[in-house]
Design a protein around this ligand. Structure first.
Ligand SMILES: Nc1ncnc2c1ncn2[C@@H]1O[C@H](COP(=O)(O)OP(=O)(O)OP(=O)(O)O)[C@@H](O)[C@H]1O
Length: 280
């Protein structure tokens, strides 16, 4: 895969103050521009810490973070720009939503960025439509479901039109329907040319959603590649204690002859089509 990297870390080390161990250890990784990247790894492998480095909330004790091939500068003006270029949606939407209603919350970032009032109104209405929140625009946040709150948090970040969107466990605790809706929304966002990165524990989702996978373990990036390549390394996946995508298990349960010359399907629809062909 051609690798125009939008974000990169080079041998980044970082330890939280008071902690006994490094949260990031010689972390070297690349995020390809224009793609959908899933970052997989256990609790505590450093995914959130990486996101905090991407927007300069933390800075490495050694090593470098690069944005569009240039080292991140930590001056006030540069950081403000960086945080417009990179949007982060944190795991807990409660932490991210500041104001009382979706409408007010989404306008907040635009006011901060000194966008003129008529444009604020136009952009807010547009993003609420995109995230299918218009009917809830003036509903108090505490009346919304978790899935709706997550969509508000994403809307608040998207409205600033970032080039790169980092999502920390966006589907955690969502039911299947909300998860599917969120994934569809991400698809639309991606088609607008935004590079997406999702940290997730859900290997089934990573396998079917991502076109590039990074696996983190103990503050390091230990695997990178296409979903097919990464999950083909069964031994490594097992050692890392990660789950194997169900579709891959099912695929391998098919008779050899029906797999020959075919690629393993990455989603249920493709799998159904394959089964219909095989058993026709
Ligand atoms: N504020 C903090 N102070 C001290 N240690 C921290 C802090 N935040 C995270 N850590 C530690 O840093 C390491 C990396 O944590 P991080 O939250 O980045 O992992 P993660 O992969 O995002 O985990 P999760 O999947 O649970 O979100 C862990 O060992 C964690 O205990």
């Amino acid at each position: 895969m051609s690798m125009n990297r939008i974000l990169e870390t080079k041998e980044v080390n970082f330890r939280y103050s008071g902690s006994q161990s490094d949260a990031l250890r010689n972390l070297t990784l690349r995020v390809p521009e224009g793609k959908k990247t899933a970052i997989c790894g256990h609790n505590g492998s450093g995914k959130s810490t990486l996101f905090l480095h991407a927007i300069g909330i933390h800075s490495p004790s050694s090593g470098q973070v690069l944005w569009r091939n240039a080292p991140v500068s930590y001056g006030r003006k540069e950081l403000k720009q960086l945080r417009q270029d990179i949007g982060v949606v944190f795991q807990d939407p409660e932490q991210q939503i500041i104001l009382n209603t979706p409408y007010e919350d989404v306008t907040y970032g635009l006011r901060n960025a000194s966008v003129p009032e008529p444009e604020i109104q136009r952009r807010t209405e547009a993003i609420l439509r995109t995230m299918r929140l218009e009917h809830l625009a003036h509903t108090p946040i505490h009346h919304l479901s978790l899935g709706q709150k997550k969509r508000v948090a994403i809307a608040g970040v998207l409205v600033l039109e970032p080039d790169l969107l980092l999502l920390d466990e966006p589907t955690a605790y969502l039911d299947r329907v909300s998860e599917r809706e969120l994934v569809e929304e991400l698809e639309r966002i991606h088609r607008r040319g935004i590079t997406l990165v999702m940290a997730t524990h859900d290997m089934n989702l990573a396998y079917s959603w991502a076109d590039w996978i990074l696996v983190m373990d103990k503050g390091q990036c230990v695997m990178e590649g296409t979903p097919g390549d990464v999950f083909a390394d069964e031994a490594a996946i097992k050692v890392l204690g990660l789950e194997r995508p169900m579709l891959l298990d099912l695929w391998e349960a098919l008779p050899e002859a029906s797999r020959q010359g075919r690629e393993a399907p990455r989603n249920v629809e493709d799998f159904k089509t394959l089964l219909q062909k095989v058993f026709a």
